[in-house]
Design a protein around this ligand. Structure first.
Ligand SMILES: O=C(O)C(=O)[C@H](O)CO
Ligand SMILES: [Mg+2]
Length: 259
């Protein structure tokens, strides 16, 4: 059975953020992730993890003004200083929370930014972040996000783009974050992709498609995909990053069914 984690930015959202840790533990999860920790003092989050015996699996580097629609700043030449300061902030939180992996969101390329310039900036920033993380033996993940439904213009919108980047940055601690929901929208052929990409995958997330709800609400055969993840010997975390159609506890058949 894969090691399942709960994404607290999407699950248990009828509870206050700090109360979601306990809900996750009671539901049977041993790991949690969420978009960003930065609105909360690190000791407060560390206590929530400790109190409920949870592992912090992943969170994102600061990604600009999320509420204003920004989805990462790593490709933006005029935000390099902010990006690098964000790496330091993320490292402080990672140490306090015992988190071994951080996700870097590439960002949406503004129409007036040259494609090559965005790419070169991204490569430099990813190298910088990877080198800083390597000093603490941490892994940097790069997520491919669909540009058809959720993030039009997102720079890394296919596994191929991420693999090209991983190749070019040439750092041992950089991995692909494979989100089954985004990959179903952009590429499909999930099991064969997992087979091919497994050595470069550092983290897996999932939701069904269409709708980004729990498994069973859409077209993905999760039982077969989870079996494949096991069969391939993937030993990382697999995070539930979906919007439950009702109360989260009522959306967990996929989890209970697997024991
Ligand atoms: O949207 C996703 O799939 C993510 O995992 C990112 O963290 C941004 O939300
Ligand atoms: Mg994701």
């Amino acid at each position: 059975m894969p090691r399942f984690a709960a994404n607290l930015s999407m699950l248990f959202t009828d509870a206050g953020f700090l109360d979601r840790f306990e809900r996750a533990r009671v539901a049977g999860f041993s790991g949690v992730e969420y978009l960003f920790p930065y609105d909360h003092p690190a000791p407060e989050l560390a206590r929530a993890l400790r109190d409920h015996g949870l592992t912090q699996v992943l969170f994102n580097l600061p990604a600009g003004d999320w509420d204003a629609g920004e989805r990462g700043i790593a490709c933006l030449p005029d935000r390099v200083t902010e990006f690098r300061e964000g790496v330091e902030q993320a490292l402080e939180y990672a140490q306090a929370l015992g988190c071994r992996q951080l996700n870097c969101l590439a960002g949406v390329r503004p129409g007036d930014l040259d494609e090559d310039q965005a790419w070169v900036t991204l490569v430099d920033n990813v190298r910088y972040a990877a080198d800083r993380l390597a000093e603490w033996d941490l892994t940097l993940c790069l997520e491919a996000i669909n540009s058809r439904v959720d993030m039009p213009g997102f720079l890394l919108d296919s596994s191929g783009r991420v693999m090209t980047l991983i190749d070019e940055v040439a750092r041992d601690n950089v991995r692909l974050q494979y989100d089954l929901y985004h990959m179903q929208i952009m590429e499909g052929d999930l099991i064969r992709s997992l087979e091919c990409l497994l050595p470069w995958i550092g983290h897996i997330q999932f939701a069904d498609n269409p709708g980004r709800h729990q498994p069973g609400t859409g077209e993905i055969n999760f039982s077969k995909v989870f079996d494949a993840i096991d069969r391939l010997g993937y030993d990382g975390w697999v995070s539930a990053e979906y919007r439950p159609t009702g109360r989260t506890e009522e959306s967990l058949d996929w989890f209970r069914g697997r024991g």
